[in-house]
Design a protein around this ligand. Structure first.
Ligand code: SPV
Ligand code: MG
Length: 294
């Protein structure tokens, strides 16, 4: 449970915290070992790693199983990308309860309509009615069994082509409905509209950003604007795709693995990541008697 408090503290603190994308237990573990303080369980990359589209194609059960496996092997807080909440307010209530049981510290809900599509697909996706979305947030907050679980409300107003003032109005409404923070999303390649939003927002409540497209803006610019969190939303999977494509090409071309050994993780590295040593220690402790009786 203290992970939930840690996540809430990250939201409220003056320091900028980075959330690294994870799509399975191994990518979650690698992000933690690398030094990230929190994880983003991305809808896009979890879907892609299951061979599916980020269009509400994966079920709640599939998502829960993946995030549980991430929580099992890590100790840092995880925020699930909860998309539209998989239905109406009632589905959100069930989702929140199940996430807390599975060791997840926060969920991000977006004001689109189920079934949604990824924000970088060029379609203009309709936004959820403000009151309906506020109902989802209230229902989620009322059903959380741990006070420190966080709900981040994500507005897609800018992505859907609406004005900054529409994004601001929606964000105020979501915070007033009980959301712990706002995620303001943009698909522009500069941070202009985000910075304009932040100036007018005046740090009314914590803000989370996803600079997938406006990555050229240095992160200290956002830090100066008191942004709480930045999500690197898909970079582990994108790195893994290139690495896997390269290795597949090379092995096929060379008809051998002789030239790839140096480029890939050793088996020892895999054993280390899954904590093989822990099992060896446990065997010494728990298998002793059997050995004595042999
Ligand atoms: C995701 O990672 O699934 C996100 C972020 O929601 S984005 O792809 O930018 O919509
Ligand atoms: Mg998503």
């Amino acid at each position: 449970m203290h992970k939930n408090k840690q996540f809430r503290d990250f939201l409220l603190s003056d320091n900028l915290v980075f959330l690294m994308e994870a799509h399975d237990a191994l990518s979650a573990k690698i992000a933690q070992v690398s030094g990230f303080q929190a994880l983003w369980a991305s809808g896009l990359t979890i879907s892609a790693s299951l061979g599916l589209r980020d269009c509400s194609e994966i079920s709640v059960t599939e998502t829960l199983n993946v995030v549980e496996s991430m929580a099992d092997v890590t100790t840092i807080p995880i925020m699930l990308d909860g998309d539209t909440g998989y239905g109406n307010f009632n589905n959100v209530r069930l989702l929140v309860k199940k996430l807390i049981k599975r060791g997840i510290s926060a969920v991000c809900l977006e004001d689109k309509i189920f079934p949604k599509k990824n924000s970088f697909i060029k379609d203009m996706q309709p936004l959820e009615d403000v009151d309906t979305f506020c109902g989802k947030i209230k229902a989620g907050k009322d059903s959380q069994t741990d006070d420190n679980f966080s709900i981040v409300a994500r507005t897609e107003a800018l992505i859907a082509g609406h004005s900054i003032s529409e994004a601001l109005d929606r964000s105020y409404a979501y915070i007033n409905a009980g959301a712990d923070a706002i995620l303001i999303h943009s698909r522009q390649t500069t941070a202009d509209e985000i910075l304009s939003f932040l100036k007018q927002w005046e740090n009314y409540a914590p803000v989370v950003l996803v600079p997938t497209k406006y990555y050229k803006t240095p992160t200290n610019v956002f830090e100066q604007e008191k942004v709480s969190m930045i999500i690197w939303a898909n970079h582990s999977l994108r790195a893994a795709i290139v690495a896997m494509q390269n290795i597949c090409r090379k092995i096929l071309k060379d008809r051998s693995v002789e030239n790839v050994e140096e480029e890939i993780a050793s088996l020892d590295e895999i054993f280390q990541l899954v904590d093989q040593d822990e099992l060896s220690q446990a065997e010494k402790k728990y298998l002793t008697k059997r050995r004595e009786n042999d």
